[in-house]
Design a protein around this ligand. Structure first.
Ligand code: G3P
Ligand code: CA
Length: 269
C-alpha cells in the first residue's frame, strides 16, 4: 500500500488511517503515523490547529484536556483551549498516557514534525483544517508550512495531499491561495447544492451514516475544479460490515481508526 497508486478510478476504496492508526496508538501522534506505516497504509488523516504564539499543531479537540495531561500540569488554566497555550507549553505535555502507559511521553506534534515523519515514512496526508473559524488566516499558515517542506511541488501535490474541512470558506481560501491543492468538504450538502461545492472542492466527504449509493453516484457525476470527477471518502468506519456497506455504495475512500480491519473486510469481499 505504501507504494501503490493514489486513488483508484473505480474498484476498491482507498483506506485512510484516521488520526493515524488511532485504534492502535494515541491519535494524531507520530506513533499513530508510524503504526499506520507499519500496517502498510500510505494515507493518514490528521487535524491541524494553532497555538497562542502561532505554531501549527496536530490535535483534534478544541481543548487539550482529553488527550493530554494538561489538567494536571496547568490546573489553573481551564478550559485548556489549544489556542490559549504556547507551542513550548504544549510541547511539554504527555499526549500518550491517556491511551495507555506504554505510550507515555508521546507528544502533540507540530505540523512541521508531523510532515517530516509522514515524509520519512513515504506516506500521504489528508490534512483537516480543524475549526477554521477559531483561527483566522490559518489556511495561509498551513500552505506556507506545506510549501516550505516541499509538499506543494507540482510533481506530487495532487498525489500525496488532500486538504479537507467542515468549513467551506476555509476550502475556498485554500483554493484561492494555491489552486493546485486537492480539497475535500466534510459533510453532506443537499443534492441541489452539490454543483456549488463542485466549483471549489474535489471531494465530498460525508459521515458513513449519510452514505447511500444514490448520494455517492450523484456526487461522482460532477466534475471538480481540477476537471476530474468528484470523489467521496467517508468517515469513520471501524467495522467490517460497515466497510463492506460503504464500499458497495461506491465510495472512493474509507477513513478509519482500524485500517487493518477495513482492509481485511475489503479483501474478503
Ligand atoms: O476525516 C474525517 C473526520 O476526521 C472528521 O471528523 O471529528 O474525526 O475530525 P473528526
Ligand atoms: Ca479529522
Amino acid at each position: 500500500h505504501l507504494s501503490g497508486p493514489p486513488a483508484p478510478e473505480r474498484g476498491e476504496p482507498l483506506v485512510i488511517a484516521h488520526r493515524g492508526a488511532s485504534a492502535h496508538a494515541p491519535e494524531n501522534t507520530l506513533a499513530a503515523v508510524d503504526h499506520a506505516a507499519r500496517l502498510g497504509f500510505r494515507w493518514v488523516e490528521n487535524d491541524v490547529q494553532r497555538t497562542r504564539d502561532g505554531e501549527l499543531v496536530v490535535v483534534h479537540d478544541e481543548t487539550l484536556a482529553r488527550t493530554t495531561d494538561v489538567e494536571e500540569r496547568f490546573p489553573g488554566r481551564a478550559p485548556w483551549r489549544v489556542r490559549d497555550f504556547t507551542a513550548a507549553e504544549i510541547a511539554g505535555l504527555d499526549a500518550g498516557s491517556w491511551f495507555g502507559p506504554a505510550w507515555a511521553g508521546s507528544r502533540v506534534p507540530t505540523l512541521t514534525a508531523y510532515l517530516r515523519r509522514v515524509d520519512r515514512n513515504r506516506q500521504s496526508l489528508l490534512l483537516e483544517v480543524k475549526r477554521p473559524e477559531l483561527y483566522p488566516g490559518i489556511e495561509r499558515d498551513i500552505l506556507r508550512e506545506l510549501g516550505a517542506r516541499g509538499w506543494l511541488d507540482r510533481a506530487h501535490v495532487r498525489h500525496r495531499l488532500v486538504v479537507q474541512s467542515f468549513g467551506a470558506q476555509s476550502l475556498r481560501a485554500v483554493r484561492e491561495q494555491h489552486p493546485g491543492v486537492v480539497t475535500g468538504f466534510l459533510g453532506t450538502p443537499p443534492l441541489t447544492e452539490l454543483p456549488v461545492y463542485a466549483a471549489f472542492t474535489d471531494q465530498i466527504n460525508p459521515p458513513h451514516t449519510a452514505v447511500t449509493p444514490e448520494y455517492v453516484a450523484a456526487v461522482q457525476r460532477l466534475k471538480g475544479p481540477h476537471g476530474k470527477r468528484l470523489r467521496v471518502s467517508t468517515w469513520t468506519v471501524n467495522d467490517a460490515a460497515g466497510a463492506r456497506r460503504v464500499a458497495a455504495a461506491g465510495v472512493d475512500g474509507i477513513i478509519t481508526d482500524r485500517p487493518d480491519v477495513v482492509r481485511d473486510a475489503l479483501e474478503e469481499g
